[in-house]
Design a protein around this ligand. Structure first.
Ligand code: ADP
Ligand code: ZN
Ligand code: ZN
Length: 745
């Protein structure tokens, strides 16, 4: 072992559970290098960009094998030390290779070797565009252009527009203006300038004024404000429409008043233009927005403005939890129960849980909010880790909707809809109000079935049936994206008697359109909102009340405010009662109460009708009370008895491969290895094939570790992982560890 030398510990984005030691570059003094700087290193046969995560005076690598880094890419750290430590903690917590985890904290443009100043410079230029103006001597120079008619034409145009013109205006001269313009610039008859792109400039918007809080909101706000000087976790538990967002806003105001920043996370689906505009109207132009719909450049811009402190309110989805903050003061996680906070591949982190840990390390408060909190968070309230702030009622004159069940047993249904639901819809739209129908399944029908032999159209790459999409006359797999034209005949017996079995949003839409031909219907699901701005457009139609019937999947269920909706119909809720996942009941209750929350959000009272074949199911009965607290208590005691989260902790090892047996064979070996490092309180279940064993051409299997103590799980993981990595079969399958898995199917 060599001593008294500086060695750089470098995280490299490769699927290996280690960091790599390098020497400082030959020509540079190692002391100028700090953790958080990027370096270029030779790795394997090529070069990679890595991040220095530590500097040490010792290494286990023999001296002759150590290589100097090829290049130091940054003058100063791009990741501050607190954030770097958080990323390393998270890599450890989620048992993720450190290089893969750490790079999640860098915008895509910085994962390459571009120096920060160059990336920011390019960004600045991208936000600018060129404009051209006639120079002082332009008028006089005109005469010299008699042999250059194209140049004369461009110059004449600019002389008519002395304030200047950009490429969009000049395009009206036809195709040939660029080259003559360049000549004119060379001759100094035209001046070129760079100006900000319209839209990249902060715009003046009409500002919203704060509401006067009601007593429950006021109590919640005061509790948060009392603890702004250190870490504390709050759970704001309040109905949909109870004014939670208003509480976040006023807490944010107080934090901004102390010249600190506020980071607000929202679920992917919640980041609609409507929500962004609501933030803009409160926080004006020092708002930065960060989500997956942005270009790499826009993300870098948001990253930089959070880092420099130019932005003081930072609103973003999952990965925004890693944004650098110049002066953090408060972290908010809205709809904390939402599944989209958990990344389901690669670095399988939960943004909610990382937000809590980040706030703790920053010593700032964190506020989680939901109308239907996760059982994990309610458990933390019970354990005294979170302070619960209850807002029991909806604001002002909006009251809770009434919920009723429609018993479908033995009823005649038309296209999946009962006559009660049809009648209720007719009544509402007849009175000029709006209806929202919810079905969490897109497409026309989930099954294409042969009436003669019982054949169904299956995906060749998944253990799943293909969904029929009537608009495009295609069969599509909702798991791997495969698309096939609609066959005219059965794949088995050539019969033409093909039936569409089951219902999707497309089918419900056409059924309603037939029944109510004069009514405007808008359907909102992933199929109708693929084009940019389509969602915004449709939501706007819905909000303005231009369409009387809204049909949609969970895209429609969450977060939106439709003041005119008085009836919400849940078309099929029963699959939630029989879900394979132990969280199915919790998810169903959350979803139904969230959808129900779309009804009667303004002055008009709301009503919710749920179609079910199981009206007596205890969960259905509980839903009728709309008392989520009570539902949660029931679900929690079931979990406690069954020794499931949040009472027990889980780690899942998943494996997949194109070879049918490999995942199970590998996991069988993994199971034997865990027996060797067996910690007594850890239970091991499996391996089992995944409930959908084949997906996108890969066979999948899983092995579950469970324990009442997290520390025991980690003790086994620490012993197990290196052995797994070394195992000869480990390279034959793609495997990954999922800590606190959210979907165990
Ligand atoms: P949540 O986030 O709990 O769904 P919001 O904060 O969006 O609730 O509030 C629902 C509606 O009520 C919004 O239109 C909001 O502007 C309004 N609102 C919130 N607080 C008040 C209040 N104290 N007085 C009047 N209206 C309010
Ligand atoms: Zn057939
Ligand atoms: Zn498929």
């Amino acid at each position: 072992m060599a001593v008294n030398k500086s060695y750089l510990r470098v995280a490299i984005p490769v699927p290996l559970y280690k960091v790599f030691d390098y020497l400082p570059p030959r020509e540079r003094d190692g002391t100028a290098i700090q953790p958080g700087m990027r370096v270029k290193v030779s790795f394997g046969k090529g070069q990679k960009v890595g991040l220095v995560v530590g500097i040490s005076d010792r290494t286990d690598v023999p001296r002759h094998k150590l290589k100097p880094v090829t290049e130091v890419l940054d003058e100063a750290p791009v990741l501050d030390s607190l954030l770097l430590e958080l990323m390393l903690w998270a890599a450890d917590y989620y048992a993720c290779p450190p290089g893969e985890a750490v790079f999640n904290a860098l915008p895509v443009l910085l994962r390459k070797s571009t120096p920060l100043t160059a990336a920011l410079g390019a960004l600045h230029r991208a936000q600018q565009c060129k404009r051209w103006k006639p120079a002082k001597q332009a008028q006089a120079g005109r005469e010299t252009l008699s042999n250059a008619p194209a140049q004369a034409r461009v110059l004449a145009y600019l002389l008519r527009h002395p304030a200047g013109a950009g490429s969009e205006e000049l395009a009206c001269l036809g195709e040939h203006w660029r080259r003559p313009l360049r000549e004119l610039v060379k001759k100094k008859l035209v001046e070129e300038e760079l100006v900000s792109v319209p839209g990249s400039e902060p715009q003046a918007v009409r500002m919203d004024t704060p509401h006067r809080l009601n007593p429950a909101q006021q109590r919640a706000l005061e509790a948060i404000l009392a603890g702004l000087d250190g870490y504390r976790a709050y759970l704001v538990f309040g109905d949909t429409g109870s004014g939670k967002t208003e509480v976040y806003f006023q807490a944010a105001d107080a934090v901004l008043g102390r010249r600190r920043q506020v980071l607000i996370l929202v679920p992917e689906i919640g980041l609609t233009p409507q929500l962004i505009r609501r933030f803009q109207r409160r926080f004006s132009n020092r708002l930065a927005v960060y989500h997956s719909g942005l270009s790499d450049q826009e993300r870098l811009a948001a990253w930089q403005s959070a880092r420099s402190g130019e932005a003081n309110v930072i609103l973003g989805t999952r990965s925004a939890v890693f944004l650098p903050l110049a002066a953090p003061g408060l972290v908010i996680v809205d709809e904390e129960h939402d599944l989209s906070y958990k990344q389901q591949d690669g670095f399988r982190y939960s943004a909610r849980d990382i937000a809590i840990m980040r706030a703790r390390r920053l010593q700032v408060p964190v506020v989680l909010g939901s109308a239907t909190p996760s059982l994990e968070s309610l458990y933390n309230v019970e354990a005294g880790k979170f302070t619960q702030l209850r807002i029991p009622h909806r604001v002002a004159n909006a009251s809770r909707p009434e919920i009723g069940l429609i018993d479908l047993r033995r009823k005649k249904l038309a296209e999946g809809l009962s006559s009660e639901l049809f009648d209720a819809v007719a009544q509402e739209i007849g009175a000029g109000r709006q209806v929202l129908l919810f079905l969490n399944r897109r497409g026309f029908s989930p099954t294409l079935l042969c009436h003669d032999c019982g054949w169904t159209a299956q995906c060749a790459r998944c253990d799943a049936r293909l969904t029929f999409h009537a608009g495009s006359r295609q069969l599509r797999c909702h798991h791997c994206g495969a698309v096939r034209p609609l066959p005219a005949q059965c794949g088995e017996c050539d019969s033409e008697a093909l039936h569409h079995y089951g219902y999707g949003t497309e089918r419900i839409e056409s059924a309603l359109q037939q029944r109510f031909p004069q009514t405007d219907i808008v359907r909102i699901d992933r199929d109708t909102t693929r084009r940019k701005d389509a969602l915004q457009h449709k939501l706007e139609l819905a909000r303005q009340g231009k369409s009387q019937i809204l049909i949609g999947t969970q895209m429609l269920a969450k977060g939106h405010h439709f003041p005119n909706v008085t009836l919400v119909g849940v078309i099929d809720s029963d699959h939630g009662l029989f879900g394979a996942d132990f969280r199915a009941g919790e998810r169903m209750a959350q979803l139904i109460l969230q959808v129900a929350g779309r009804a009667g959000r303004a002055e008009l009272p709301g009503r919710v009708l749920i179609q079910t074949h199981c009206p007596d199911h205890p969960l259905m009965q509980l839903l009728l009370t709309q008392d989520y607290q009570q539902i949660a208590v029931t679900l929690m005691s079931e979990r406690e008895q069954a020794q499931l989260p949040p009472y027990h902790f889980m780690v899942m090892l998943r494996a997949e491969s194109t070879a049918a047996d490999s995942p199970l064979v590998f996991l069988e070996q993994a199971r034997q290895l865990i027996e060797l490092c067996r910690v007594p309180e850890v239970e091991c279940y499996g391996p089992h094939p995944a409930p959908m064993e084949k997906r996108a051409g890969k066979y999948r299997a899983q092995l579950l570790l469970q324990s009442a103590r997290r520390s025991s799980l980690y003790r086994s993981l620490r012993c197990w992982l290196p052995q797994l990595e070394q195992h000869r079969l480990a390279r034959r399958v793609a495997w990954s560890i999922d800590v606190d898995p959210q979907e165990v199917i």
